[in-house]
Design a protein around this ligand. Structure first.
Ligand code: IPD
Ligand code: CA
Length: 225
C-alpha cells in the first residue's frame, strides 16, 4: 500500500499542475473518441519508475505502455495513469490515478486517487476500504427501484452501441436514476463509499477496474467481470 501511495502522490503533483494549464497540453489521437494527453504518458512513466524502484521484478499492465515483465504473472501492478482522460482534457475534475496490485490472479490491494478533489480511495484484502482516513461502506439500498446507478460507454469505436443504448434505457426504467461520470475507477470508488448504489459497464478494460474491484469488495459490495 505504501509503495502505491508514494507513486500516486509523486505522479499527482505534475498532474495537478497540468490540470491548471490544460490548454497548453499536447494532445494526440489514439483512435475515435479515445484521446491521450502528454500528461497521461508522463504520469504513467512516473508510476512505473516508482513501482519498479520497489519491485523491479514485478509484472506491470498499463494502458499506455502495455505489459512489462511479461514472465511474472504472479505479482503484477495494473495501472491506469489517468482514468477519465476526456474529463481531464475538458477541465472536469472527475479523473483519477488507479493502481491495483494482483497476486496469483487475485487483486489484493488498490488505490484510486483523485488529486484535484484530494480523495484517496484504497483497500487491502481483509483490511476494509477507506476514503482518506475514514472507513467506507457500500450503500444499504434494498430495492433496485430506489437505486442510483452509474455507467459508462459506449466508446466511439464500439460495435455494439445500439445494444448498450437499449440496455441503458431498460435499466433506467427500473431504477431511481442513472449517471454517466466518465471515470470507471471513480464510478467504482463512489459505489464503495455509497454515493452510487451500483455500477455496470460493457467493454471495460482490466486497468479501468482493477483497483476498484478490491475497494468495492472491501467496502462490502460485490463485483462480476
Ligand atoms: C475510460 C473511462 C470511462 C469508461 C471508458 C474507459 P480512460 O477510461 O473509465 O468512464 O466509460 O470505458 O475507457 O480512457 O479515461 O482511461
Ligand atoms: Ca481508463
Amino acid at each position: 500500500m505504501n509503495i502505491m501511495y508514494r507513486a500516486c502522490l509523486k505522479a499527482s503533483k505534475l498532474l495537478i499542475r497540468d490540470f491548471g494549464e490544460i490548454e497548453k497540453l499536447q494532445v494526440s489521437s489514439k483512435g475515435p473518441g479515445d484521446f491521450v494527453s502528454s500528461a497521461d504518458k508522463r504520469t504513467e512513466k512516473i508510476l512505473i519508475e516508482e513501482l519498479q524502484k520497489a519491485h523491479p521484478d514485478y509484472g506491470i499492465v498499463t494502458e499506455e505502455t502495455g505489459i512489462i515483465n511479461k514472465s511474472n504473472m504472479k505479482n503484477r501492478w495494473i495501472i491506469d495513469p489517468i482514468d477519465g482522460t476526456m474529463n481531464f482534457l475538458k477541465s472536469i475534475p472527475q479523473f483519477a490515478i488507479s493502481i491495483g496490485y494482483e497476486e496469483e490472479g487475485e487483486i489484493k490491494c488498490g488505490v484510486i486517487f483523485n488529486p484535484i478533489m484530494n480523495e484517496m480511495f484504497c483497500a487491502e484484502k481483509g483490511n476494509g476500504a477507506y476514503l482518506n482516513n475514514s472507513r467506507i461502506r457500500v450503500s444499504n439500498k434494498k430495492k433496485i427501484k430506489d437505486a442510483l446507478l452509474v455507467t459508462g460507454g459506449p466508446k466511439g469505436s464500439s460495435k455494439i452501441k445500439d445494444k448498450i443504448f437499449s440496455e441503458y434505457i431498460n435499466v433506467s426504467k427500473n431504477v431511481s436514476n442513472v449517471r454517466k461520470f466518465g471515470s470507471a475507477a471513480l464510478d467504482m470508488a463512489f459505489v464503495a463509499c455509497g454515493r452510487f448504489d451500483g455500477y455496470w459497464q460493457r467493454e471495460i478494460n482490466l486497468w479501468d477496474v482493477a483497483a476498484g474491484v478490491v475497494i468495492v469488495k472491501e467496502a462490502g459490495g460485490f463485483f462480476c467481470f
